[in-house]
Design a protein around this ligand. Structure first.
Ligand code: ZN
Length: 559
């Protein structure tokens, strides 16, 4: 018999930071959010058997790489995850990681659990999921299992499982604003602080098992972190490390970003980092079309994908250049902005275009058609904008921040959050309309057949923290009009499809990696239940959410 603590949570936000952006020195409305308060009652999960069969011998599992149908996929799969993140048995984990493991046998049975499989299908009630050596080996009608040597059995009546979240905008840094004034202004420069300790734990604890970092400023560190996680030295999700921001010359307040000097620099930069293990790239707000063209060509030559947080290049231009993905929904498109000059970020930074891009209009239909015909995925990053809503402006009346989120913050981060939240803000605000418009365009994009991905863009601002933000993102997709099971699919299987890894991760099916999130309640009927994560399986090893969160308390914002 073993007790597994339950953890409630919720909360999030983060302002969409338009880097061009930080216009007139204003952090675009840093705050406000809502979250359900939950009583976090400890809950008993029956572990009929929990024999620590630390079977190190199984560590050297068969390392099979699935062969894709195209060279591209082969390259991508091969490069992304050093082949199968195959069963990482507990014996292969360092003592430091083992501390956070609650299900450590090579065989695990999740008994009497509801399955939300990640495909968008209706939930399956009362099933038994068998896990062996990191894979899902059987899904059968719910039945009581007799205890067996070396098998962990979790009685999960009243619980649901969803696939591990495949987060596509999962930063590993925090953005402090040490000199933020009450009017929202601050002085330059901006520096991103690495959160190599806290961020991976927060992602994993909250259900993220695969994370694309979506832009890095300390890329060598992120690559070492990925290596340490894959070796079982540190806890965290599988990482798709995105290279340094591919930023052009422009008024960017961040000193950690190199400014490209032209197409050849873009090509060399991509080539250099691809050779050092980076597995994705991101173009940034001041890149020119020629630089983007060179970067896209070079990334594809290496079998890697490239996304963009755009401004200087419009969505249509980027699609025609061959970009694979665009970040921040429809908020960063500048094609209708007044005075938009080629290769230059507009003053409006996309606000004007967003406000004038009416779903169903010829402009919106044409844009969506261009994106889809060029196979460009869109990443939804809603928590940032939602964080800027006034407390009484959201659809529900949730409190502002979950206790678990505040607890994770370092004192300085907590103070920055509370300070920003309480500062005066303009009475006139179109934040709510812009958020709604972005949601409606994302919905229209999916309705037309577009591939929508999800990630919170969690950098601390507005209380938008790693992992917690991923859960908030799922809730906001439901506010956007998707059903709960669709919202979960967007956050799981769609990311896997984008990465070409849908045969291994992203949904719950026999033969797939056992990346599973054990949730108290039923998010298919009450989406806020996605906050009630208790155990996260990564490659069949069950991590205790409470223990991971406890280890981070007071550290997010620090390191
Ligand atoms: Zn970002």
């Amino acid at each position: 018999m073993r007790k597994v603590k339950k953890i409630g949570n919720s909360q999030i936000f983060e302002p969409f930071i338009n880097q061009s952006g930080f216009r007139s020195g204003l952090v675009r409305d840093l705050l406000d959010c809502h979250v359900p308060t939950k009583t976090n009652l400890a809950h008993d999960v029956t572990l009929a058997r929990h024999l620590a069969a630390a079977d190190a011998g199984r560590a050297a599992k068969s390392r099979r790489c699935r062969i894709g149908t195209t060279l591209f996929l082969v390259c991508l799969v091969a490069r992304l995850f050093t082949c199968p993140a195959s069963a990482q048995t507990v014996g292969a984990l360092s003592p430091q990681v083992r501390k956070y493991v609650s299900a450590s046998t090579s065989k695990v049975i999740l008994e009497h659990v509801q399955i939300i499989d990640g495909t968008g299908a209706p939930p399956l009630a009362d099933r038994n999921i068998s896990i062996e050596d990191g894979k899902i080996t059987a899904i059968l009608p719910g039945a009581d299992q007799s205890p067996a040597e070396g098998t962990t059995i979790l009685n999960l009546r009243g619980y649901s499982v969803i696939p591990g979240i495949v987060g596509m905008h999962e930063h590993l840094f925090y953005i402090p604003f040490p000199n933020l004034a009450a009017d929202g202004s601050f002085e330059r420069p901006i520096l991103f602080h690495q959160m190599s300790y806290s961020a991976p734990r927060l992602y994993l604890a909250n259900g993220v098992t695969t994370a694309r970092t979506a832009g890095s400023v300390d890329t060598y560190t992120d690559l070492r972190l990925k290596e340490a996680i894959e070796k079982g030295v540190l806890p965290g999700p599988h990482l798709d490390v995105t290279g340094p921001y591919l930023e052009g010359a422009g008024n960017n307040a961040n000193l950690q970003m190199h400014q490209l000097t032209g197409p050849e620099d873009a090509r060399e930069t991509v080539s250099y980092w691809a050779d050092r293990g980076v597995t994705s790239f991101k173009a940034y707000t001041h890149i020119t079309r020629d630089e983007m063209t060179a970067a896209v060509k070079e990334a594809h030559k290496h079998g890697l994908k490239i996304t963009g947080h755009l401004c200087s290049v419009t969505y249509t231009e980027a699609a025609e250049i061959g970009i694979d993905n665009i970040e921040h929904g429809f908020r960063a498109n500048t094609e209708l902005d007044p005075g938009k000059k080629p290769d230059t970020c507009s003053d409006s930074g996309g606000d004007y275009t967003l406000e004038h891009m009416i779903p169903g209009s010829p402009e919106a239909n044409r844009l969506i058609a261009v994106l889809i015909s060029h196979h460009v995925a869109i990443t939804s990053t809603l928590p940032g904008a939602a964080a800027n809503l006034a407390a009484d402006a959201t659809a529900d009346a949730r409190p502002l921040l979950r206790p678990a989120v505040l607890e994770a913050m370092a004192p300085s981060a907590r103070e920055a959050y509370l300070y920003s939240r309480n500062r005066a803000r303009p009475t006139q605000s179109n934040v709510a309309q812009q958020l709604r418009r972005d949601m409606d365009l994302q919905h229209a994009f999916v309705a037309a057949g577009g591939l929508l991905l999800a990630g919170p863009d969690a950098v601390g601002i507005g209380g938008n923290l790693p992992g917690f933000g991923d859960q908030r993102q799922i809730e906001l997709l439901v506010e956007a009009g998707f059903s709960p099971v669709q919202a979960i699919r967007i956050s799981t299987l769609n990311g896997a499809i984008y990465m070409g890894r849908q045969d291994q991760i992203g949904s719950i099916a026999v033969g797939k990696n056992a990346d599973l999130v054990v949730i108290k309640g039923d998010p298919s009927t009450r989406i806020q239940d996605v906050e009630n994560v208790e155990i996260v399986f990564k490659d069949g090893v069950g991590y205790d959410t409470r223990k991971l969160l406890d280890s981070v308390k007071g550290h997010y914002g620090e390191y």
